[in-house]
Structure formats: C-alpha cells, structure tokens
Ligand binder design. Structure first.
Ligand SMILES: [Zn+2]
Length: 71
C-alpha cells in the first residue's frame, strides 16, 4: 500500500478529518492533522493512530526541521 492509499483510509481519530503525510528522508515520518495540530507518529512503518500517542504538530516540526508535507 502506498502513502496515498493509506491516507484515503486513515482519518484523524480526534476529529475524523483528513491527514497529511509528513515525509522525512523519503520515508513516511508521521501523519499530520492541521485541524487538531496533531502529529501521529509512524513507528516501524506503522502509523500510530491513537489520540493519546499524538504529538503537538508545531513542536514536532521544530524537532524535525527536515520533514516536509507531501502534496
Ligand atoms: Zn484532527
């Protein structure tokens, strides 16, 4: 499954909104919800879609300056 297909299936568990792929060094580093300012981390290629595991998006961006949104 590629990232695009993944994003069509996954939604933010908090607001059920759409997610944006955050790429770092050509691999999926996290899924971002702009509405909640939440970042759902990807661990071992598996997105962790849990509200309690969500990170603050702004903080995550500061910690991952090389990460880019995939368009
Ligand atoms: Zn959300």
């Amino acid at each position: 499954m590629n990232t695009k297909e993944l994003l069509q299936i996954l939604a933010c568990p908090k607001c059920l909104g759409s997610l944006q792929a955050m790429m770092e060094q050509n691999s999926l580093a996290g899924l971002a919800c702009q509405t909640c300012k939440a970042l759902y981390p990807v661990r071992n290629d598996i997105p962790v879609m849990l509200v309690e595991e969500a990170l603050n998006l702004d903080q995550w961006r500061r910690d991952h300056p090389a990460a880019e949104e995939q368009h």
